[in-house]
Design a binder for this molecule. Structure first.
Ligand SMILES: [Fe+2]
Length: 307
């Protein structure tokens, strides 16, 4: 678990003047409140009289700087850029939800950017067990804080309205083309998944909140460039939890529960390259003192509080 990073802790819409929200992160209860003017304040329950925690609203989330006071917030890694959020081509801003894992955050993040498990773990959903090969891929590093890979997968045709849309809108396609899929991590805890279907693009962001060493709370939002009307939101939302159900079978049963430090301990095949990059980066951050080890999360002036 990493300290001294910005964490997306709660959906903005869940924090109103009437309804504050408390989210546990790094073993500490963080309360987020909103005043009548719309401004958000975050503080640590363990230190109610202390200065507030830096908090900012972006991409429909409240981001809180989970610092121990050793690094000024100005020197922190930036909040990642999610270009789709403000892009008018994307609908689905309200397609979101929560998922609880009995697993360490690093296991959850690694699973989220693993390209090889899809045909097996998600067979019958978007995985195709008949075409399980993962083509070689390169890991790209768009910044010091993120990595991503691109692969062409061969999922079965989508069901329901996505499938119907596919049939109606893309009559020109005789054979189902491969689906260009991008996945990757953004530190400290985020996954970005991009699926390029023939009818348009689907992008899912997961913020994987390290509640404690063996509990993770994922909050996700799913954006799309097709069927952007709110009428399709319910259908789009329904497609996400079954993915987590299948992943939980794997993620919650991995042992040891914490990621091994030794890079060679579990990762052996080429398709593990993005996980290797993740563990290497975690190792560097551990060396640099970013590992959470029971420190109190405290305010760091100047607090950035904005509506
Ligand atoms: Fe998965």
């Amino acid at each position: 678990m990493l300290k001294n990073f910005w964490y997306a802790l709660e959906f903005c819409s869940r924090v109103t003047p009437e309804t504050p929200s408390t989210i546990r992160c790094l073993e500490q209860d963080i309360v987020m409140t909103r005043d009548a003017a719309g401004s958000v304040t975050a503080y640590n329950v363990a230190r109610p009289d202390d200065e507030v925690l830096p908090a900012v609203e972006r991409y429909g989330f409240i981001w809180v700087f989970m610092g121990d006071g050793t690094i000024p917030v100005e020197a922190a890694a930036p909040i990642p850029v999610w270009p789709e959020w403000d892009d008018p081509r994307y609908g689905g801003h309200e397609v979101k939800g929560d998922w609880w894992w009995k697993a360490n955050v690093n296991r959850v993040v690694e699973n989220g950017c693993d390209a090889a498990h899809t045909p097996f773990v998600h067979a019958g959903q978007f995985g195709n067990p008949e075409l399980p090969q993962v083509p070689d891929y390169d890991v790209e590093f768009p910044s010091d804080w993120e990595a991503r890979l691109s692969v062409e997968l061969h999922p079965p045709a989508p069901k329901g309205i996505f499938g119907l849309g596919n049939k109606m809108l893309r009559r020109d396609l005789k054979d189902r083309p491969p689906v260009l899929t991008r996945t990757g991590w953004q530190l400290p805890n985020l996954i970005r998944l991009e699926v390029n279907l023939s009818i348009g693009q689907l992008v899912i962001y997961d913020t994987n909140i390290p509640v404690d060493a063996t509990t993770t709370l994922t909050k996700w939002v799913s954006l799309r460039t097709f069927f952007t009307g709110t009428w399709a939101d319910k259908n789009a939302a329904k497609r996400v939890p079954p993915i987590f159900v299948a992943d939980a079978e794997i993620v919650e049963n991995q042992r040891p529960e914490l990621l091994p430090y030794d890079l060679g301990a579990e990762l052996h095949v080429k398709s593990d390259a993005i996980a290797v990059a993740y563990r290497r980066r975690l190792g560097e951050l551990r060396e640099a003192g970013f590992d959470y080890d029971g420190e109190l999360i405290v305010g760091s002036r100047p607090a950035l509080v904005s509506a």
